[in-house]
Design a protein around this ligand. Sequence first.
Ligand SMILES: Cc1cc2nc3c(=O)[nH]c(=O)nc-3n(C[C@H](O)[C@H](O)[C@H](O)COP(=O)(O)O)c2cc1C
Length: 166
Amino acid sequence: MTAFPGDRGLDPARLREAFGIFPSGVVAVAARVDGVLVGLAASSFTSVSLQPPLVSLSIANASKTWLDLRRSPRLGITVLADHHGGVARQLAGPVERRFDGVQVALGDGGAVTLADGLAQFETAVHREVEAGDHTVVLLELHAVRQAGGALPLVFHRSGFGLRRSA
Ligand SMILES: Cc1cc2nc3c(=O)[nH]c(=O)nc-3n(C[C@H](O)[C@H](O)[C@H](O)COP(=O)(O)O)c2cc1C
């Protein structure tokens, strides 16, 4: 078998770089668990099925926050807008500051959404599928809201906004 021209192997750093060529949106995944707001930023959000309505996330097995989120009967998912770059970084940073200055809405079963997001979903964990160093989480939708206006936040080549290769 002939290697692709430009093949540079499959080590994690190179894979991360190659996967990053594919642009994605960013969501906030959040809930109130035991009275505390918990959440993280995720670029692995994907729509999966219309009937039944399902979406998916791919969550690193090392995630501590997922251990709290998965206990919540409902999880909020917010599609972030292009002005949310700082919020996305914050939601991936120190846990005690993830919601500082972030205006949230509390929904059924503890789902937490960001008030100024482009779309908000209230979801429940449907199934978790082990997938290497990540877990693919299928979520069923229970409610959806959409707001017009702003452009979505785009994650590309490890940064926000579309980027040409160097
Ligand atoms: C733009 C962006 C996208 C991210 N996407 C994911 C993702 O899809 N899956 C994931 O497990 N972590 C993702 N992260 C990392 C998490 O937000 C978070 O930092 C990670 O879960 C570690 O925190 P924890 O141990 O509190 O869970 C992303 C971070 C950023 C900034």
